[in-house]
Design a protein around this ligand. Structure first.
Ligand code: B12
Length: 471
């Protein structure tokens, strides 16, 4: 039995702890670490998780705590990579003999790059559950023991060794539930991004996405695998009984990809009379009325669609495989079923013109959406857009490294990438215009005002209003 410490790095900016991304985004449990923790515990290891997103803790205190562990695992997305590295360095400085493993979406995209850091012993790319288990089972480590472990990169005499990829986990139900009992659950999720009830917690009921969008990471994640309806409903019940959940947010890349399963989940929720309000992310061309009605009946209150652009040319370019017609249909059907509908839009794709960005604003206003979120493209390693933006010559490498790898507030200024046909100022202005034009319409404002149910709702409304006008 090994003692393993898993770490989500502290959210620190300018030396100060940032609570819940300055209130801009929700605080959610790091499910990747919790899944790994769940499997390690099931197999007899002792696990602790430190979540620097939910606890105010410094890198030095984490390093002190690390002393009593046999193996350390740290997670990283691109935007907190520098934060993850600073924890890794501190942990290694105080505990040079404890193996330190780095994993997560950023690491998956560029394992060799991450391995070049002195403080990192092993890089895990891909799904981490079984890889971390094999590492833990092999302690104390030597190069011979690492050789057969799939999905890792490590160093032998300073030289990088990259082992073959690990197969994706096909039977997701073979995994225990995420070890949420190792997390400070009370510190998370007030009412989620889209939540109206408190507390709302997150579930990942599937992994992967069959779409090939140019801004999204990694080939391998594209293969869709799902938890069965039985597993999903049992997880919901655990969240209710152990953590008093009143709401659930499904963060799957597309909750509605497998239609039959959606019906099964809805049926079970109703049959077992489970009182829960939930929301999910989806793609406009994967829904139909029957499904949306069943979802509504089973407690779904909101659906969020990745729409991205109002320009048919850009939709084609980014590989979204949706058209205006499909977008209008998907949004209308969800509204007809009585769901709240959110649309995600993006600006600043390679070659995108001002005219095309205006088409996006127009489409978002034309659709019967309740909320719209507009983001500026940030090219991330492992995506097609990262390659395209770099090639275009308008990509600012200096700012990419300085900001993207360590930023936790958006938009990043100056922008790391600005399409050829527009100036940075104009792009930022259009982004502001989009928010104002969408939210400062009387019908949206009145709807927001009358949807407020409690003090939390009032606070959210004021925060939203301030964001729109001060943006
Ligand atoms: C829920 C979610 C959020 C939540 C927060 C989640 C959290 N608590 O950390 C919210 C809504 C707040 C959020 C915000 C953002 N997010 Co987000 N988010 C997700 C989402 C949808 C699910 C994450 C999840 O739980 N996955 C399920 C678990 C099982 O997978 P996993 O985390 O990858 O972990 C597995 C492996 O990576 C690996 N692993 C992970 N960590 C470790 C550690 C070790 C030691 C090992 C061995 C292995 C390992 O093993 C795990 C189990 O198999 C993902 C997309 C996705 N489908 O994963 C995007 C995703 C992580 N988000 C992303 C982005 C870009 C953002 C934002 C920057 C968006 C924005 N512009 O505001 C912010 C950044 C905020 C920040 N500073 O952290 C990107 C990250 C890309 C990248 N290159 O890093 C993703 C991948 C979406 C995408 N396809 O591009 N996000």
């Amino acid at each position: 039995m090994a003692k393993i410490l898993l770490i989500n790095p502290p959210q620190i900016k300018d030396g100060k702890y940032i609570d819940g991304y300055q209130g801009v985004r929700p605080k959610l449990p790091p499910l990747g670490l919790a899944y790994i923790g769940g499997l390690l515990e099931k197999k007899g290891h002792q696990v602790k998780i430190i979540c620097g997103m939910a606890e105010e803790i410094t890198a030095t205190s984490i390093a002190e705590i690390s002393k009593s562990f046999d193996l350390i695992g740290i997670t990283s997305i691109t935007f907190n990579y520098i934060l993850s590295l600073s924890v890794t360095k501190e942990v290694k400085r105080l505990n040079p003999n404890i193996p330190v493993v780095l994993g997560g979406p950023h690491v998956n995209a560029i394992p060799e790059d991450v391995l070049s850091e002195n403080c990192v012993d092993i890089v895990v790319f891909g799904e981490g559950e079984y890889t971390m288990l094999e590492i833990a089972d092999s302690l104390p480590l030597d190069n011979k023991k690492l050789l057969p472990i799939k999905g890792i990169a490590y160093k032998i005499n300073g030289q990088a060794h990259i082992n073959p990829e690990r197969e994706l986990i096909n039977d997701l139900d073979s995994l225990p539930f995420p070890a949420r009992h190792l997390l400070p659950m009370k510190n998370y999720a007030s009412s989620g991004v889209r939540g109206t009830v408190h507390p709302t917690y997150s579930i990942m009921s599937s992994r992967g996405c069959p779409s090939k969008c140019s801004f999204c990471i990694s080939e391998k994640r594209r293969i869709l695998r799902v938890h069965s309806a039985e597993y999903v409903v049992a997880e919901i019940k655990e969240l209710i009984s152990k953590y008093n959940a009143r709401g659930i947010s499904f963060w799957d890349d597309g909750f509605t990809f497998k239609k039959k399963r959606v019906f099964e989940i809805c049926e079970r929720i109703q049959k077992e009379n489970i009182k829960i309000i939930w929301d999910c992310e989806s793609k406009v061309d994967t829904v139909n009325s029957e499904m949306l009605n069943a979802m509504k009946k089973a407690g779904c209150f909101s659906i969020s669609y990745g729409i991205e652009s109002g320009s048919e040319r850009i939709l084609k370019q980014i590989g979204k495989k949706i058209t205006h017609e499909k977008i209008i249909r998907g949004v209308k059907l969800a509204k007809q079923s009585g769901l709240e509908v959110r649309g995600y839009f993006m600006f600043g794709f390679p070659g995108e013109t001002e005219k095309e960005m205006k088409e996006t604003i127009l489409l978002s206003k034309k659709l019967p959406l309740d909320f719209a979120t507009y983001s500026l493209l940030i090219p991330l390693p492992g995506t097609e857009d990262y390659q395209n933006c770099k090639k275009s010559g308008h990509f600012n490498d200096y700012y990419w490294k300085k900001q993207v790898l360590s930023e936790i507030s958006f938009p990043l200024k100056p922008l790391v990438y600005v399409p050829e046909n527009i100036s940075e100022d104009r792009l930022l202005e259009l982004h502001r215009e989009a928010n104002r034009e969408f939210y400062l319409r009387p019908k949206i404002f009145v709807k927001r005002f009358f949807s407020v149910k409690d003090l939390h709702g009032i606070k959210e409304l004021i925060k939203g209003f301030k964001t729109v006008v001060s943006n």
